[in-house]
Ligand binder design. Structure first.
Ligand SMILES: [Zn+2]
Length: 535
């Protein structure tokens, strides 16, 4: 009896000791010092390919060098990447709705705008079909496209995922690449989105301002995910009625059904879109920045745990309240600051990781996760040596950190490891409270997931309905992708420090675990880890 009790106690103690202590007391001050540099006006919003982003990356490289972190890029710390950029020439472009040979011109920017993520054809004049969420999810026997004639037509898609489809699965199928695969297979030649007004992160007025900015893609054709897509665009939900007028349905009907997140009705809109598009194309180069802290274990040091964050932001754009610089302090200088702090602290700590750590600062996240897409396809370390990616993007330390929201919590062993770390630190762990926001696939971790590598990302959490919930959503509404995401905003340095503490402990936990993390048996994303799977 007694022995048994002692054994149990011993086991518990051992588990608690499994979580390493943080390498130092993070207080958020050095974190804020990095942000003051990276989000300063002279970094000009760190647009991909811009001198401002180069300056920010040079600062990061200097900091890595000073901390004794080794270069791990293709050329020193850098991994150069080639991009193409596309910009719409709106003066030479137009959209009109055509019914019985009568054309009703649309006002670009008010009714709709072109998406230059797609290589737009100069001219199209084809019928429109409303396809609901436009999803085909074989695992759930769910298909929005069955019974519709989409051959040679344009699909009009309402953004979102029905409630019947689990978050990660729905997120996966609603990526541009997967959605287009399904629409293309059904014969469509293009897709136009209507954002759901109930879940728009940024109001139409701000979305439409951003349309003049160039969009980018990786120059190498191996990465083209929209082949065959001749037209892409976005419809203002406040003006969407125009598109439904000839269909015998109303947009309000769609909004009503979407409130319960049920499958939407799908039907031909009995109207054509006549579009003329002129795009201006450039090529440019931008780099990822990569540093490494070698592991101490003779065998495990050949494996890498990646900590990633994007450096790029939106650059200089349309002014809002007289400010043209989109500084991107929280999005995502905040993440870069964590990487720099954690790298320096782990390097100078006596507690060295058994596996090697890779600090990956990626470019072109805002252009469609492009820097990480390139890195995951062409890593600067051996392909099979990457065991996990912990990604940081806009973790929002706006209030004290009592809780951490983890995206990908139930998908892999990393979820158990973050639970262990958080428990030790007295922090609650919460799964994604808003799976419909697609956060699990909306940042760079997704490119590692697609290559079979377990990944997760996390933010400072809040309880639904709490004042913190309001602060979080107010921040999204007012500052997300706006010039006011700058140095003049209230942040909680203590929360940032605590977040760094959790991240550093998680990195050490994953790096020191004898087993590399695996996808859970039931995880949808496990398919990419199968030797026969992946793409
Ligand atoms: Zn962003």
């Amino acid at each position: 009896m007694r022995t048994l009790i002692l054994l149990t106690l011993a086991t518990i103690t051992l588990l608690a000791q499994d979580v390493p202590n943080p390498p130092k007391d993070f207080d958020g001050k050095s974190w804020w010092d990095h942000i003051k540099v990276l989000a300063a006006d002279n970094m000009e919003g760190r647009e991909t390919g811009s001198p401002g982003l180069k300056r920010a990356e040079a600062y990061i490289v200097d900091q890595l060098k000073a901390a004794g972190i080794e270069p791990a890029g293709a050329s020193g710390y850098y991994q150069p990447i080639k991009f193409i950029s596309r910009e719409i020439d709106e003066k030479s472009s137009s959209m009109a709705l055509v019914k019985d040979d009568k054309a009703e011109p649309l006002t670009l920017g008010e009714d709709a705008f072109f998406s230059t993520r797609v290589d737009l054809a100069p001219e199209v004049d084809v019928p429109l079909v409303f396809v609901g969420y436009g999803l085909n999810v074989p695992e759930q026997d769910y298909d929005d496209l069955s019974g519709l004639d989409l051959k040679g037509k344009i699909a009009v898609v309402f953004s979102g995922i029905p409630a019947s489809i689990p978050g990660p699965l729905g997120s996966h199928y609603s990526t541009q690449a997967e959605r287009w695969k399904a629409l293309k297979a059904a014969g469509a030649i293009g897709a136009i989105n209507i954002p759901n007004p109930a879940s728009m992160d940024i109001p139409w007025s701000r979305m439409t301002l951003a349309r003049a900015r160039p969009s980018m893609d990786l120059a190498d054709p191996e990465f083209n995910e929209t082949a065959g897509e001749k037209i892409g665009g976005v419809i203002n939900p406040a003006h969407a009625d125009k598109f439904f007028a000839a269909s015998g349905h109303s947009f309000q009907e769609i909004l009503d059904v979407s409130k319960d997140r049920k499958q939407l009705p799908r039907f031909p809109l009995n109207i054509s879109l006549r579009a003329r598009a002129k795009t201006i194309t450039h090529t440019l180069e931008s780099s990822n920045v990569i540093g490494k802290l070698p592991g101490t274990d003779p065998a495990l040091k050949n494996e890498y745990v990646i900590l990633s964050a994007h450096v790029d932001h939106l650059g200089i754009g349309e002014p809002i309240n007289g400010d043209r610089i989109y500084n991107g302090a929280m999005d995502n200088a905040s993440g870069d600051g964590v990487l720099l702090d954690v790298a320096a602290a782990l390097k100078s700590s006596a507690n060295k990781p058994k596996r090697s750590l890779l600090f990956l600062f990626v470019t072109a996240e805002e252009k469609g996760l492009l820097g990480s897409k390139y890195f995951a396809a062409h890593p600067t370390v051996p392909d099979k040596s990457m065991v996990a990616d912990i990604n940081i993007d806009m973790f929002l330390p706006l209030y004290p950190m009592k809780m951490v929201t983890v995206y990908g919590l139930k998908e892999s062993d990393l979820g158990d490891e973050i639970r262990q770390v958080a428990n030790k630190d007295g922090i609650e762990v919460e799964d994604d409270p808003e799976p419909q926001r697609n956060s699990f696939i909306r940042s760079d971790q997704y490119n590692f997931i697609r290559h079979g590598i377990p990944a997760l990302t996390m933010k400072v959490g809040y309880r639904p309905g709490s004042p913190e919930d309001k602060t979080f959503h107010d921040w999204l509404h007012e500052r997300y992708h706006a010039p006011s995401d700058d140095l003049k905003q209230p942040v909680d340095l203590g929360a940032a420090g605590k977040y760094e503490q959790v991240i550093s402990q998680l990195m050490l936990t994953v790096a020191d675990d004898e087993r590399r993390p695996e996808w859970k048996q039931q995880s949808f994303f496990r398919r990419y880890a199968q030797p026969s799977g992946g793409e």
